[in-house]
Design a protein around this ligand. Sequence first.
Ligand SMILES: C[S@@+](CC[C@H](N)C(=O)[O-])C[C@H]1O[C@@H](n2cnc3c(N)ncnc32)[C@H](O)[C@@H]1O
Length: 306
Amino acid sequence: MLAEVLDMLAPRAGGIYLDGTFGGGGYASAILDVAPCTLWAIDRDPDAVARGADLAARHPGRLHLIQGTIGDMLTLLTGAGVTALDGVVLDLGVSSFQIDDPARGFSFRADGPLDMRMSREGATAADLVNTLPERELADLLYAFGEERLSRRIAKAIVAARAQAPITTTAGLADIIRAVVPKDGSGIDPATRSFQALRIGVNDELGQIEAALTQAAGLLAPGGRLVVVSFHSLEDRIVKRFVTGAAGRTPAPSRHDPRALDARPAPDFRLLTPKALRPGEAETRANPRARSARLRALQRLAAGPAA
Ligand SMILES: C[S@@+](CC[C@H](N)C(=O)[O-])C[C@H]1O[C@@H](n2cnc3c(N)ncnc32)[C@H](O)[C@@H]1O
């Protein structure tokens, strides 16, 4: 959704921007090309940051890469002397570099170690699968994968790991496929469980919550926050945040006298009353873009109205 991101972010000469999910640097490169601005970029994956060195060298003094999480963006940026931004873009989820590399363990399409850590540190998916109590495993699959058969899958995992630890993506996928029937949608029965584990391993939803609040707080008047999400759990959090920040929360009851002064004027304006979706050409060229949703906010220039 590069064209839509650039349109919503509207980078301008002299502006200071943050790409909180640098990945392969596609958005970063485009932002640096459209305006003579400064770009800070964060990624929790050390490989992504290392790969960005070339792009930084092509834009001397304009691209500053930091390895860390967006949940820590306030500390990371203020530590680097940046206290206000003209725009922030977050392109959530995993990059194709991560998903296409079997050694990172995100995918069941090619066998690899059951890892899934974007930051390459902390507990792996294998750690969760082999140690979580059955009930917690089922809750994780249900909460982060919206998997209706979570209990059945957790039971099968616990039975399998009693024989031998589950260490590979293909091994886990086979265990899941043996107990989840195909539903005719063409979606692999292991998809939802793999999503759930990835979200759990990387605390993705907690990261998004923390990042949105900090990004909004860092925006200078007129600054914009643009977020691209890839599944409904992410989009739900983003939607709630942006509509709330723009004062679009449901009005309190008109019968409640406190309603008259309960809601302060918002500091933000919603740039996307409805989420933007990728165009047909983009989804044809890149089927993974199919579920993308873009939402954007702008900090009001004059501060809250009196
Ligand atoms: C969808 S890709 C971004 C692709 C990028 N827009 C591009 O044009 O190449 C997401 C990237 O964000 C990183 N990421 C995901 N969650 C993160 C977090 N909480 N903190 C920092 N980086 C994160 C991932 O490591 C991955 O490299």
